[in-house]
Design a protein around this ligand. Structure first.
Ligand SMILES: O=C(O)CCC(=O)C(=O)O
Length: 283
């Protein structure tokens, strides 16, 4: 069973999104779709790990490899993978799912459709998944219209405070894009400067499996360690409207990887073969 977006529910989601910069919507994807997504990720992960050089392993794999509690981990444990929507037919279809796109278009649409400008799978394995520092997606993308970017964060497992759900800085969507810095040994890991981040209260946003947490490109967000015995896997779909260009990206942005969502998407279907991963750069 998936969500039906009535005009009144769309209005409520949009109102919350505009007011505080994020909103969580349950039941957008049913169990069969989430299981198929996890199956596809499992196949893709094995292929990607086999192909990675040392630099990629350092970036994509969890540093701490204590997998005692990770019941379906049977080797190196991934931290993230980049661009499933670009590389995997299943995820291209998932990103075009009508109930999801109806909400995305209500938030950023111009009537000409939207594209996925980047996507990521976050693994956050039991006990070893590490934190993601406070950042704004718009700092990475550098759009000419700050309201032209929204992220749909799809929970593949229930995301809880214990396993490292997202936290948001309520109303930071209404403020500016702020200075970010990166640790010297992790130049891609851009984050809000500590003096600004420490002044911003952050609110947890638990999401049920199959639900989606939407956030504005300017909204401060972060996630904490996974302190539980449960996975916290998610796929983040970053959408942009067709009026918006990335005129000031913080890191090199590959415009050829924009994936437009089709006006009449095909139904979601099982996994298809992957193509090789490229090195990570974006949030
Ligand atoms: O899932 C996470 O821990 C980080 C997600 C994130 O930063 C995003 O979706 O923009």
């Amino acid at each position: 069973m998936t969500t039906t977006n009535t005009p009144s529910s769309l209005t409520q989601y949009l109102d919350t999104y505009r007011r505080i910069g994020h909103v969580t919507v349950p039941n957008i994807f049913d169990d069969d779709i989430i299981n198929a997504a996890l199956d596809d990720i499992k196949i893709w992960s094995r292929q990607q790990i086999e192909q990675m050089d040392q630099k990629q392993r350092d970036w994509y794999l969890e540093r701490q490899q204590n997998t005692d509690d990770a019941d379906d981990a049977d080797g190196p444990v991934l931290r993230k993978l980049d661009d499933p929507v670009y590389h995997r037919a299943f995820f291209k279809n998932l990103a075009a799912h009508k109930p999801l796109i109806d909400i995305v278009e209500s938030m950023i649409g111009t009537g000409e459709g939207v594209s996925v400008c980047f996507s990521q799978v976050f693994f956050k394995p039991p006990s070893i998944g590490g934190p993601k520092p406070v950042h704004q997606d718009n700092f990475y993308f550098g759009p000419n219209h700050i309201d032209g970017v929204v992220t749909a964060w799809v929970a593949l497992d229930a995301a809880t405070i214990e396993n490292g759900c997202l936290y948001y800085g309520d109303t930071t969507n209404l403020g500016p894009i702020v200075e970010h810095i990166a640790p010297p040994d992790e130049p891609y890991n851009l984050q809000v400067a500590p003096d600004i981040a420490s002044q911003t209260p952050m609110t947890p946003a638990p999401v049920p499996r199959g639900g989606v947490s939407f956030h504005h490109g300017n909204t401060f967000h972060q996630s904490s360690d996974n302190r539980s015995k449960h996975w916290r896997r998610a796929v983040a779909l970053h959408y942009v409207n067709h009026n918006t260009r990335f005129t000031n990206p913080a890191l090199p942005y590959d415009h050829t990887k924009l994936v437009p969502t089709p006006p009449s998407p095909p139904p979601l279907s099982p996994a298809t073969p992957a193509t090789p991963a490229t090195p990570a750069t974006f949030p």
